[in-house]
Design a binder for this molecule. Structure first.
Ligand SMILES: [Zn+2]
Ligand SMILES: [Zn+2]
Length: 158
């Protein structure tokens, strides 16, 4: 069985081209979807569907989710799971070279350049026949503040 690679439109930044692509796939692009698309295009950082919905007037979060799913289908955005909560979305154009770290204690998340993991990626591929893909799930750990405070607790417990 061959893997069918989904045709990506990550380089699609022109809203007209994105709308045309959605229409070509048989979707309607009305006023609300245009508003959502404009909001997505203005994002330089990852966002949740809820955040996006809150930033818009009179757009229900379920409409945002449906539109985000379509945009993901054509490769304009992608989603990343930080934790158990809702996924975050990111424009493919800005996210290709970024990986996410998340603190499992406080939930703080930070985007780091993908190249940070280059050495580990090479080792896994060479020695373990494993191709690392850190793009779908965040890497979980603890931020400095949470690590320090739990160390302090341990010290206090003595
Ligand atoms: Zn933390
Ligand atoms: Zn997923």
């Amino acid at each position: 069985m061959t893997t069918v690679r989904r045709k990506h439109a990550g380089d699609l930044v022109d809203p007209t081209a994105i709308a045309a692509r959605l229409r070509a796939d048989g979707h309607t692009v009305g006023k609300t979807r245009t508003v959502i698309l404009d909001a997505v295009r203005s994002k330089q950082r990852a966002f949740t569907a809820e955040e996006l919905a809150e930033s818009l007037d009179d757009v229900h979060v379920s409409t945002v989710y449906r539109t985000l799913a379509l945009l993901e289908e054509i490769g304009v955005i992608r989603h990343i799971h930080l934790s158990h909560g809702p996924a975050i979305y990111e424009r493919t154009a800005v996210s290709t070279d970024v990986r996410h770290l998340v603190c499992e204690t406080c939930g703080r998340h930070v985007a780091v350049p993908r190249r940070v993991f280059e050495a580990a990626r090479r080792t896994l591929e060479r020695d373990y026949d494993f191709v690392l893909d850190g793009s779908h799930f965040a890497i979980v750990g603890r931020c400095r503040a949470c690590a320090d405070s739990s160390d302090a607790e341990l010290d206090a417990d003595g």
